[in-house]
Unconditional design. Structure first.
Length: 226
């Protein structure tokens, strides 16, 4: 056994030297503990503190084809976004900011496209018209879904100020790829983006302590409004 190990070690040194590398992965089972830990996380761990609910986990797999993602940190992205909105945007009645960016791991087999979750604040209620590409959905004040994005807009009146004028907050889930509509049935993609946007909108409404969670239900409403 000693002779075999010595021969194997000499062979590795020779290969490494001939290639000009310091190491070529010649370690045995004893080296397993020295390999870096897999930094990938599952969808339910993204953006911290329940921002991606169970339905949104499935939605992300539909959108990206992946079940592993780059970690997004241990701090709650929703709490940070709500703090930024309250601190910087609410006093002036308008603003926009990012909640979280989601990056699928290429080894999961899906396209390595970024999904961005952003918020927008307005002091006025949204207009009724919706861009043609969006299917209107009965969620919040206004909601729409397309093959590459979706949004949910809700009114937020603080629980402790029931007579205050509400802010109007939109939460968007947007792909940074797919500029053209794919062929075939795009309803699964529309539903997936709407589910993802709803998950973050509900998390934001809870974090901001909007009265009655801004009227958002625990589950998304995916049947288009007529």
């Amino acid at each position: 056994m000693t002779t075999r190990r010595r021969t194997y070690g000499l062979l590795c040194v020779a290969v490494a030297g001939s290639l000009g590398f310091g190491a070529v992965g010649c370690g045995g089972a004893d080296d397993a503990d020295t390999k870096p830990a897999d930094a990938s996380v599952t969808a339910d761990k993204l953006c911290a503190r329940g921002a991606v609910n169970n339905m949104a986990v499935e939605a992300l797999e539909v959108i990206t084809g992946a079940d592993l993602f780059a970690p997004t940190g241990k701090e709650s992205a929703v709490a940070a976004a709500a703090g930024e909105l309250t601190r910087e945007a609410a006093p002036v009645g308008s603003g926009t900011g990012e909640v979280c960016s989601i990056y699928p791991r290429p080894e999961s087999g899906g396209p390595a496209e970024e999904i961005r979750i952003v918020w927008r604040l307005s002091s006025t209620a949204p207009k009724e018209d919706t861009a043609r590409k969006f299917a209107r959905l009965p969620m919040g004040e206004k909601a729409g879904a397309a093959h590459d994005s979706a949004f949910v807009t809700f009114p937020c009146t603080p629980e402790d100020e029931p007579l205050a004028s509400p802010d109007h907050i939109s939460v968007w889930a947007q792909s940074q790829a797919m500029p053209t509509e794919p062929e075939g049935d795009v309803r699964p993609l529309k539903n997936a983006y709407a589910t993802l946007a709803h998950s973050f909108a509900l998390a934001m409404a809870k974090e901001l302590k909007c009265d009655d969670n801004a009227g958002l239900k625990p589950e998304p409403s995916l049947i288009p409004a007529t």
